[in-house]
Write a protein that binds this ligand. Sequence first.
Ligand SMILES: NC(=O)c1ccc[n+]([C@@H]2O[C@H](COP(=O)([O-])OP(=O)(O)OC[C@H]3O[C@@H](n4cnc5c(N)ncnc54)[C@H](O)[C@@H]3O)[C@@H](O)[C@H]2O)c1
Ligand SMILES: O=C(O)C(=O)CC1(C(=O)O)C=CC(O)C=C1
Length: 304
Amino acid sequence: MTMSFAKIAIIGLGLQGGSIGLAVQQYLPKIATSGYDRDPATRARAAERGLVGHVAETAVEAVQDADLVIFCVPLGAMGDAARECAPGLRPDAVISDVGSSKEAVAKVLGEVLPNHVIIPAHPVAGTENSGPDAGFASLFEGRWCIITPAEGTDPFEIERLSVLWQAIGARVEIMAPAHHDRVLAVTSHLPHLIAYTIVGTAGDLEEVTQNEVIKYSAGGFRDFTRIAASDPTMWRDVFLYNRDAVLHMLQVFTEDLTELQKAIRLGDGEKLFDHFTRTRAIRRSIIEQGQDVASANFGRDGKV
Ligand SMILES: NC(=O)c1ccc[n+]([C@@H]2O[C@H](COP(=O)([O-])OP(=O)(O)OC[C@H]3O[C@@H](n4cnc5c(N)ncnc54)[C@H](O)[C@@H]3O)[C@@H](O)[C@H]2O)c1
Ligand SMILES: O=C(O)C(=O)CC1(C(=O)O)C=CC(O)C=C1
């Protein structure tokens, strides 16, 4: 068996599915791509944009002859999407996905497709935009793709999937699914929850008019509004499917927030200053790592 997949089927042609389709066509043109989306208007737009080589009219048609199927649908739709594809799957087709939480997805895909090799993955790359116009080929460039195989998964198949992600620009990390869900709860899910909260709070305030919120939304608040514009379906599902890890991180966060609230009430400037100094250092180290990412060569030479 070669290291390369021959045909990749992408189910769900929004931001993630569209970006994978465009990136594979650009960097790995020898791999055939097909795709399917439940929404007819999305299928039509995907065909216009050429998000995949062939936009199929059914899920079964899309997965025909595919040796890799990637589910790029909201977390709550993974089970239905897999059920729809099942009758058309090659018995040896590898199944993957891009869902933002991993334990729950692995469970549902394993239940629906018990006889397939399932290797869940999560590209930590996205924007606040969704749908068939949101995807672009360079989305994964220099970004992490976390692969969360179950214990005992064939190392060859893990490597084959890793090589694919690297070829479309990503850096790959292998992680246990439960650990992934805790890490992402704090680095991605909680920040979105905070953004959704603060933008809602500002919108509800009676003493500050809507006009003032819009007019003075410079700097920090504006960044929050970008995140709070993220897709409601996707994020509803993230909080439903990574519930326990998010609730744990939210508890820790609430305790820390209460400590800062106390420091403000007591006029404890030293505590506030020390805290802000520590967080500034974290930001700076993230930027330094980002520069490493931008300058690295990830071997994206089109060869797999
Ligand atoms: N947006 C991000 O920043 C981001 C980043 C990493 C991972 N993810 C994950 O990627 C997945 C997709 O997110 P997205 O941002 O591409 O969303 P999106 O809304 O842009 O695209 C999802 C597509 O799935 C389609 N769909 C829904 N149910 C379907 C079904 N049963 N069969 C076929 N198609 C179906 C929708 O019509 C839609 O076009 C989610 O699981 C999300 O958690 C998102
Ligand atoms: O950059 C953004 O807009 C994102 O929200 C991307 C982001 C993130 O939180 O980093 C969102 C969800 C994911 O599953 C992965 C990436």
